[in-house]
Design a protein around this ligand. Structure first.
Ligand SMILES: *[C@@H]1O[C@H](CO)[C@@H](O)[C@H](O)[C@H]1NC(C)=O
Ligand SMILES: *[C@@H]1O[C@H](CO)[C@@H](O)[C@H](O)[C@H]1NC(C)=O
Ligand SMILES: *[C@@H]1O[C@H](CO)[C@@H](O)[C@H](O)[C@H]1NC(C)=O
Ligand SMILES: *[C@@H]1O[C@H](CO)[C@@H](O)[C@H](O)[C@H]1NC(C)=O
Ligand SMILES: *[C@@H]1O[C@H](CO)[C@@H](O)[C@H](O)[C@H]1NC(C)=O
Ligand SMILES: *[C@@H]1O[C@H](CO)[C@@H](O)[C@H](O)[C@H]1NC(C)=O
Ligand SMILES: *[C@@H]1O[C@H](CO)[C@@H](O)[C@H](O)[C@H]1NC(C)=O
Ligand SMILES: *[C@@H]1O[C@H](CO)[C@@H](O)[C@H](O)[C@H]1NC(C)=O
Ligand SMILES: *[C@@H]1O[C@H](CO)[C@@H](O)[C@H](O)[C@H]1NC(C)=O
Ligand SMILES: *[C@@H]1O[C@H](CO)[C@@H](O)[C@H](O)[C@H]1NC(C)=O
Ligand SMILES: *[C@@H]1O[C@H](CO)[C@@H](O)[C@H](O)[C@H]1NC(C)=O
Ligand SMILES: *[C@@H]1O[C@H](CO)[C@@H](O)[C@H](O)[C@H]1NC(C)=O
Length: 814
């Protein structure tokens, strides 16, 4: 970089020496043409959409912003040599796309040495016109949406020293007959369809010092031709789909200082030639499929500063003694099989700023030496560490991330925790910590995330967090906290999870002052009293769980103000009255959900929030925050609700689970339930519902669980669609006269004429099921008929989708 800067700097110096010469007219025209073509590419653009105000025909283009000119050595005229066109939009995202064809005028400016068109949301193919810019030294195209393959002509740019194609949609070249496919999603799915290799011709760009193809869709092996790029200092191929082994001779690139191959599917071992890379400073190999032992020579690389090996299938030889010659700043050995105590050689790394040893087999206590080292991020989650935390750890102003979840740490949190003024993320979930939350924690001005869930913390008094603070994610669930629900939190609070404690009293009346709240979880406490009106004023709320408390009173009509709510669980309380008709206006349950704003958007490493416990299908389940968007549920079960179920509920098209069981609901099942097109689980059991099951339920194609037992229903169970598979008699038990093939009870009209009867019956025998014709394939009906005839007690067929959903969502951990 520095070299390049010098080079370009010396070229552009001449700007100041020859200020009055103007650029060639054809270059000016080309630039004006470029300006007008981007403006013309979308009718909603105007002259202030891009920061190109200074580009006008009355001045020399060398005087325009974003343009640099210089004179070739033996000439007095000046030409355009640099275009700094990064992030041209003046508007905030989301920004409309620009077609790559707008670049065409630029290909006439053959004197260009530097072209930066990064961050412009340009889509489409890379034009072979780039080949005309044969003097290019520096080309930055990152953060666009260039797709398809890199055209062969591109590799004629022999002078390129810097090439950045990060974060586009590029892939290897297609077989010729495939043509240009627009839809990259299809291409991504069908990997065999394209040969996605990074082109071998990359090896022709022999002057390259910096090469990034990160965050594209390249697959197959790393081309061996990269070994021709002897000047290479940075090679970044991360976040692709590269497979096979790292080229064994990668160590023959003598000038490499940054080698970034993480987040691919690379296999094999770490090539031992890497020990020849004497200038290596940064090695990113994490999140691949690498195998073999992590060799100790890595730590002999004197210049090595950043080493990321985590999340491979690498192993660590715990009996090798490491005497590092490197001085690391960042080290990730996540999931590398490191066992025993936290390796003491780490204490020699005086400049360590980031340490990730999560998902190992570490034992013993938190070392005093580590606490004293002033490390910025310490991630030790998912080990077997014990003991309490040394107070000296929090005397560091550098500490910004401390993640110790899922260990066996115990004891109280040090009282001086508030001294860690730089702490942003504190994750202590699933340990054995006890005692109160130290008051001093509220002094940590920058604290953003506090996860203390699943410990034995207790106490009635809570730190008073600054309303102006940043604390947005709070999880105190599954502890032994008591007293009233604390409410002194930041205005920024987005997630407040206090479930599974011993909180008592009523719901706070000023909940609505947390105006950004998206997730409120108070399940399994001892809360009493009515549902406060203020609760229903939080229109940002997406998840509300109040299950397993003793709340009383009725659900107000204003519930319909919860326009974002997608998970609403008030089961097992003492609620009375009717289900409000306004429930049918819960927009979040009508429209296909937006994604929850997730913590991982904010941070560069993924964080999984505490599971939210809900009734899912027939079992209690934890929904992980990462997967919340796939659930939309409304659970009113186990209350004392009465009256009829409002027909308006049928409008909740996005709903996947509706549970109103164990109430005192009466009247009929609304015909509108046939419109719950996404519903998978419908539990109406243990009420006083009467009438028949509406025929419309056969429209519910996603239905995999239906329970109408313990009501007063009568009549024929509808047949057709998924209803035909809802054939477990338990879910129809204890009604007043249901009949149908699902429960092998013939309906009266299906009975064969009693023997000796003189009545003339023209009906089919009952087992032929006259009702079955309703738009359902005959083959399937026959199968059902056979199941019915051959075994009364065979379980209903489970479909595989159902089984998959039953699994606990995979938890991603840091
Ligand atoms: C034009 O821009 C508007 C927003 O300014 C955007 O919504 C629209 O999709 C764009 N049209 C095209 C064809 O990109
Ligand atoms: C240009 O469009 C933006 C919206 O895209 C608008 O705010 C602005 O006023 C427009 N400017 C002119 C000069 O029309
Ligand atoms: C053209 O741009 C220059 C700056 O590059 C500015 O001084 C001049 O006023 C502009 N002229 C017009 C007509 O906008
Ligand atoms: C610059 O000078 C060299 C020889 O000194 C010559 O070969 C080259 O053509 C000249 N370039 C221009 C643009 O005049
Ligand atoms: C590239 O240069 C050739 C002549 O060498 C010219 O015919 C062609 O139009 C140029 N391409 C573009 C896109 O400007
Ligand atoms: C790459 O270089 C080789 C020889 O050095 C040459 O044969 C080949 O045509 C070049 N390919 C491209 C695309 O420039
Ligand atoms: C590219 O960048 C955009 C926006 O910065 C991001 O949303 C997207 O995930 C990135 N794509 C890849 C493949 O990294
Ligand atoms: C490597 O870098 C040095 C200076 O950093 C430079 O002199 C040398 O030419 C580069 N290339 C090779 C192949 O060593
Ligand atoms: C681990 O290292 C020790 C000492 O260098 C060696 O004796 C042993 O064989 C190694 N174990 C494995 C599994 O490679
Ligand atoms: C956690 O540590 C305590 C001692 O502090 C020990 O009694 C307990 O068995 C440990 N639990 C686990 C799961 O290792
Ligand atoms: C938590 O620590 C206590 C002692 O303080 C110990 O008895 C208990 O077993 C520990 N719990 C777990 C789950 O390790
Ligand atoms: C809610 O009210 C209590 C006192 O009634 C107060 O301490 C607390 O700060 C309030 N919370 C918010 C977020 O306004």
């Amino acid at each position: 970089m520095a070299n390049l800067g010098l080079l370009l700097g010396s070229i552009f110096l001449s700007i100041f020496i020859l200020p009055c010469l103007s650029c060639p007219e054809y270059q000016k025209q080309a630039l004006l043409q470029f300006k007008s073509s981007i403006l013309a590419s979308n009718s909603s653009f105007n002259s202030s959409t891009f920061g190109l105000e200074s580009w006008n025909s009355s001045s020399s283009c060398c005087q325009w912003d974003q343009v640099t000119c210089s004179s070739p050595s033996n000439s007095t005229s000046r030409v355009v040599t640099g275009l700094y066109l990064s992030a041209l939009y003046t508007m905030l995202p989301p920004r409309p796309q620009l077609p790559s064809t707008v670049l065409a005028p630029l290909f006439q400016i053959r004197s260009l040495m530097l072209l930066d068109i990064s961050s412009n949301n340009i889509y489409g193919e890379i034009s072979s016109g780039f080949a005309n810019l044969s003097k290019l030294v520096h080309l930055d195209m990152m953060l666009n949406n260039f797709n398809d393959f890199i055209p062969p002509h591109f590799f004629h740019l022999r002078h390129l020293q810097y090439l950045d194609l990060t974060n586009n949609s590029l892939h290897g070249s297609l077989s010729p007959d495939v043509g240009s496919l627009q839809n990259l999603k299809v291409l991504k799915l069908d990997e065999n369809f394209l040969s996605g290799k990074v082109p071998e011709e990359i090896g022709n760009l022999t002057k390259l010092q910096q090469l990034s193809l990160s965050s594209n869709q390249f697959s197959d092996g790393i081309p061996s031709s990269v070994l021709y790029l002897k000047e290479l200092q940075t090679l970044d191929l991360s976040y692709n789909m590269l497979s096979m082994e790292i080229p064994i001779d990668i160590g023959n690139l003598p000038n490499i200082s940054t080698l970034t191959l993480n987040d691919n599917q690379l296999t094999g071992g770490i090539p031992s030639s890497i020990q020849k890379l004497s200038k290596l400073e940064t090695l990113h190999l994490e999140n691949n499929l690498l195998t073999g032992e992590i060799s100790s020579w890595l730590f002999d690389l004197k210049g090595l500063k950043n080493l990321y090996l985590g999340s491979n299938s690498l192993t660590w030889n715990n009996s090798v003694k490491i005497v590092p010659k490197c001085i690391l700043s960042r080290l990730s050995l996540k999931s590398c099989g490191v066992a025993g105590e936290i390796p003491e050689w780490i204490s020699t790394q005086k400049t360590l700023d980031f340490l990730d040893l999560s998902e190992n087999e570490l034992q013993g206590t938190f070392p005093q030496w580590l606490a004293e080292m002033d490390v910025g991020s310490i991630i030790l989650s998912d080990n077997k560490l014990t003991g309490s935390l040394p107070p000296v750890l929090f005397q560091s102003l550098s500490l910004s991330v401390l993640a110790l979840s899922r260990n066996n740490f115990s004891g109280e949190l040090p009282k001086n925790i508030g001294d860690a003024g730089g702490l942003m993320i504190l994750m202590l979930a699933e340990n054995n910590f006890s005692g109160p939350i130290p008051q001093s924690i509220s002094q940590i001005y920058r604290l953003l995330l506090l996860d203390l869930s699943s410990n034995r913390f207790s106490g009635k008094t809570f730190p008073i967090f600054d309303p102006e603070g940043f604390l947005a994610f709070i999880d105190f669930s599954s502890n032994e906290f008591s007293g009233e629900i604390p409410m002194s939190f930041s205005q920024e609070t987005m997630i407040l999870a206090l479930g599974g404690n011993k909180f008592s009293g009523s719901l706070p009346s000023n909940l609505s002052s947390l105006s950004k709240l998206e997730h409120l979880d108070l399940h399994d406490n001892n809360l009493k009293g009515d549902l406060p009106e203020s609760l229903f004023q939080i229109s940002t709320l997406q998840v509300l769980s109040l299950r397993n408390n003793s709340l009383q009173g009725s659900i107000p009509e204003t519930i319909s103000n919860l326009s974002s709510v997608r998970i609403l669980d008030v089961s097992n309380n003492n609620l009375i009255g009717e289900i409000p008709k306004g429930c049918g206006n819960l927009v979040g349950m009508i429209e296909t959900p937006n994604l929850l704003s997730s913590v991982s958007d904010v941070f560069t490493f993924s964080i999984e929030f505490k599971d939210l416990i809900v009734n899912w299908k027939k079992s209690k389940q934890g929904l992980s925050s990462r997967h919340l968007d796939i659930y939309t549920l409304f659970d009113l079960s186990k209350n004392h609700l009465s009256g009829e179920i409002p027909a308006s509920i049928g409008a909740l098209k996005a709903l996947k689970l509706l549970n109103v069981s164990y109430n005192k609901l009466s009247g009929k099942i609304p015909v509108s339930f046939g419109d719950l097109e996404n519903v998978e689980s419908l539990d109406l059991s243990h009420n006083q519902l009467s009438g028949s099951i509406p025929q419309t339920l056969v429209k519910l194609q996603q239905l995999s669980n239906l329970d109408v037992s313990n009501n007063q229903l009568t009549g024929r169970i509808p047949v057709g669609g998924q209803m035909s598979t809802m054939a477990d008699p338990i879910y129809y038990a204890n009604n007043s006269g249901l009949c149908g093939m699902q429960i092998r009870v013939p309906c009266p009209e299906d009975e064969p004429p009693p023997s000796g009867s003189l009545e003339h019956h023209t009906r089919d025998p009952w087992f032929l099921w006259e009702g079955v014709g309703i738009g359902y394939p005959v083959g399937f009906l026959l199968a059902i008929g056979i199941i019915f005839l051959t075994g009364y007690f065979t379980p209903p067929p489970t479909n595989s989708r159902h089984r998959r959903r039953q699994q606990r969502p995979i938890r991603r951990r840091i």
